[in-house]
Design a protein around this ligand. Structure first.
Ligand code: IPM
Ligand code: MG
Length: 360
């Protein structure tokens, strides 16, 4: 089969990890007789430097026209001026919105061989296998009004937490659908004791729960969820939550796995959002950032990005065996003791990728 993939390596370590992930995809292509056509574009700080915009209309159009998008990371101290009119992060948000990828899947698994790298005791980590589904195109990140003004002689800043019923319904439906192939439990995280948007969230979660009696639904307040992620993470299966809560909880959850460098993500649009099929638009990226402190050294862990390509094969291209082959190769590589610096080893980015590629 033939697929067109847009690469947005971005800033910092982004290009280093995306380069290795592409080599993994090329290996899969030749082994399973697929053709992946790659086109590379600028997004983030590098795009501000070249075009004066973190995401140009042309780049967004090229992403929309491709079968999937693979992103490295954006941002860095060079573009951190709070007064700047554009920021790398704005490009990322515009990309998510422009692609309509409303569901951000962040699976958190703890590899037994890496438990010592987690700050939690190994007995707490036994059996941890969580899928966080973060709403990605609504909530505080996108609600209006938003901005600054002067009111009654005082400077004021406003962000708005807004959700429409259909936005909650579609992410909740996806959460229940994915829970069916897992341990059949959905934890819906909100702040319904305080926020109106959370009360609508909870109401819709409950009604979809009633339609799916085979799935256990539980409502948890976000502050409690933050605590339970540390005290009893094995108790969670699918966790579904609004944009900002999901942003915070997934950084917290990532430390369970020992290193952020290990974790992939997939951001998906509506079923049928790719023309002529049931396929969903998909944006794939590791959950780590641009890591300016190690950028350019070639020592970043490429596993989060490589596992993101496995999610791409599964969710956008429907290539389950190829996806599973990448995950198995990563697993075996970890078991064999291969380690980058973030997990206590000496391999560089290229060497780690080589270890995975040779097991494919
Ligand atoms: C993430 C990041 C982004 C977010 C930033 C870079 C805008 O933290 O993907 O979790 O807040 O969504
Ligand atoms: Mg984040």
């Amino acid at each position: 089969m033939n697929f067109k993939i847009t690469l947005l390596p971005g800033d910092g370590i982004g290009p280093e990890v995306v380069g290795e992930a592409v080599r993994v995809l090329e290996t899969v292509a030749s082994k399973y007789k697929h053709t992946f056509d790659f086109q590379e574009r600028l997004m983030g700080g590098c795009s501000i430097d070249k075009y004066g915009s973190s995401l140009t209309d042309e780049t967004l159009a090229d992403c929309v026209a491709s079968d999937a998008v693979l992103l490295g990371a954006v941002g860095g101290p060079k573009w951190d001026d709070p007064k700047a009119k554009d920021r790398p992060e704005r490009g990322l948000l515009a990309l998510r919105k422009g692609l309509g990828v409303f569901a951000n899947l962040r699976p958190i698994k703890v590899h037994p061989a890496l438990m010592e790298w987690s700050p939690l005791k190994p007995e707490k980590l036994q059996g941890v296998d969580i899928l966080v589904i973060r709403e990605l195109t609504g909530g505080l990140y996108f609600g209006f009004p938003k901005g600054r003004d002067v009111k009654d002689g005082r400077e004021r800043a406003v962000d708005t937490l807004e959700y429409y019923d259909y936005e909650i319904r579609r992410i909740m439906n996806l959460a229940f659908e994915l829970a069916k192939g897992r341990r059949k439990k959905v934890t819906s995280v909100d702040k319904a004791n305080v926020l109106e948007s959370s009360r609508l969230w909870r109401q819709i979660a409950s009604s979809i729960g009633t339609e799916n009696p085979d799935i256990e639904l539980e409502h948890t307040l976000v502050d409690t969820a933050a605590m339970k992620l540390i005290t009893g993470p094995a108790w969670m299966d699918v966790v579904v939550t609004e944009n900002m809560f999901g942003d915070i909880l997934t950084d917290e959850a990532s430390v369970l796995a020992g290193s952020m460098g290990m974790l992939p993500s997939a951001s998906l649009g509506e079923a049928g959002s790719k023309s002529g099929s049931e396929a969903r638009m998909g944006l794939y990226e590791p959950i780590h950032g641009s890591a300016p402190d190690i950028a350019g050294k070639g020592i970043a862990n490429p596993i989060g990005t490589i596992l993101s390509t496995a999610m791409m094969l599964r969710h956008s291209f429907n290539l389950e065996s190829e996806a599973a082959a990448i995950e198995k190769a990563v697993d075996e590589t970890i078991i064999a003791g291969s380690r980058t610096a973030d997990i206590g080893g000496k391999l560089n980015t290229r060497q780690m990728a080589e270890e995975i590629i040779k097991r494919l």
